[in-house]
Ligand binder design. Sequence first.
Ligand SMILES: [Zn+2]
Length: 78
Amino acid sequence: MAHTNILCARCQQTKPGLAMKPPGKYGAIIQEQVCQDCWNEWMVLMPRLINHYGLNLGIPEDRQQLQQVMAEFLNLPL
Ligand SMILES: [Zn+2]
């Protein structure tokens, strides 16, 4: 199945979006506004950031901090 092209908020290019909606409350906006390539970059970066900041995703404040960093990285208005 061909992916739908979207205008990516991060790289500002019209490229294939995500084939599958990511989990979480921002899944829909990510699928509409982030291309697969930029999402892949985030997926590589995310575990490093979790380590860097010592985040515990079981803690709501830490999850919120990670979402904030993600929004800045992906240029999303979360
Ligand atoms: Zn992109």
